[in-house]
Design a binder for this molecule. Structure first.
Ligand code: TYM
Length: 330
């Protein structure tokens, strides 16, 4: 079986971008592949040095993943810092990553712009740690949203460099989505991608209650509608159709597509329909996650089992890595 790996940072509440860009694929992949899914707590330290909320956030990410349909019996669901082999691999890979290419990474440049006070080395080498996450299980498929594409490309480059210098240890990893393209869910106000920390009213969190979901969708950016048949959709309208495609029936979707193409669309009606379908989709996830989050013993057991599974695979890779590099003296 091919190996699959992906991770999510515990930096806040998970949202629909995380679900549709990543978690939805995890759930489907767990039946077809050998899967490793984890909470990237080390990565969150690069931007969130305050760890007061960390434990809670880690628990929530684990609970939300299971509530979305991940089966901890089928996959290894673990926390990054429980698998120390990752940090050792990160060290070797750091010698193969160049300052220039790291400085050119889009996410690095964005983070420097947002927070020039804390440009630490961990932030610079963020893609190297990500490569270690992936390569430690010799994963080949990495289900992620569009925003992570560049990082996966870099992981592939580091793997190739390692193989070239020390001998073949790693297969080449690729970003993966079941559709043809990687997903990018936009924020509801039409300004860029939906994210954990941007405008709270423009992000639909998995934890939002029914009324808040309705309120946010009713506030989503629209306009007065197309004036010519078969027009191109502005990106914020395209985003509403994307969300509808994900949670509404095919009939409903066709109805609004036809209304858009015929210039008779009423966005108020479309949003009401989308809001109801979204509530139906999200409320069972929210309730399951909340129940699980309260059961700390259950969560602890899941994390422990997950870490044990992940460590078996990681230790085998690190043996091969140490031999290849030549740091085996006994
Ligand atoms: P993170 O925590 O920002 O996001 C988790 C997953 O959600 C996807 N995502 C989106 N997809 C579509 N539209 C959006 N608006 C949207 N927002 C987020 C992300 O693409 C991601 O798949 N660096 C990673 C975590 C990580 C990782 C890894 C991922 C660490 N090591 C190894 C894969 C492999 C991150 O910050 O994701």
């Amino acid at each position: 079986k091919e190996v699959v790996l992906s991770g999510i940072r515990p930096t806040g509440f998970l949202h629909l971008g995380n679900y549709f860009g990543a978690m939805r694929n995890y759930v489907r992949m767990q039946d077809e592949y050998e899967c490793y899914f984890f909470v990237a707590d080390w990565h969150s330290l690069t931007t969130h040095p305050d760890t007061k909320e960390l434990k809670n956030s880690v628990h929530r990410v684990i609970a939300e993943n299971i509530a979305c349909g991940l089966d901890p019996e089928k996959v290894a669901l673990y926390v990054q810092s429980d698998v120390r082999e990752i940090s050792e691999l990160y060290l070797y890979l750091n010698m193969l990553a160049y300052k220039g290419e790291l400085e050119k990474t889009t996410t690095f440049k964005d983070k420097v712009r947002l927070n020039p006070e804390n440009v630490n080395a961990g932030l610079l080498t963020y893609p190297v740690l990500m490569a270690a996450d992936i390569l430690v299980h010799r994963a080949v498929k990495v289900p992620v949203g569009k925003d992570q594409e560049q990082h996966i490309e870099m992981a592939r480059n580091f793997a190739e460099r390692f193989n070239h210098r020390y001998g073949d240890v790693f297969p080449a990893p690729h970003a993966f989505n079941y559709g043809t393209q990687l997903v990018k869910i936009m924020s509801l106000d039409g300004t860029g991608k939906m994210s954990k920390s941007e405008n709270q009213m423009a992000t639909l969190y998995l934890a939002d209650d029914d009324d808040l979901i309705r309120k946010k969708i009713m506030k989503a950016k629209t306009d007065s509608g197309p004036t010519e048949p078969d027009s191109q959709k502005p990106d914020y309208i395209e985003n509403m159709f994307t969300l509808m495609k994900l949670v509404s029936t095919e009939d409903v979707l066709q109805h609004y597509e036809a209304a858009f193409n015929g210039c008779s669309i009423r966005y108020g009606d479309m949003k009401k329909q989308l809001a109801e379908d979204m509530v139906k989709f999200m409320s069972p996830i929210r309730e399951k996650a909340a129940a699980m989050q309260a059961d700390k013993e259950y969560l602890a057991r899941i994390m422990k089992n997950g870490a044990e599974k992940a460590r078996v695979s990681a230790a085998a890779t690190l043996d091969a890595v140490r031999n290849a590099v030549g740091v085996n003296y006994l």
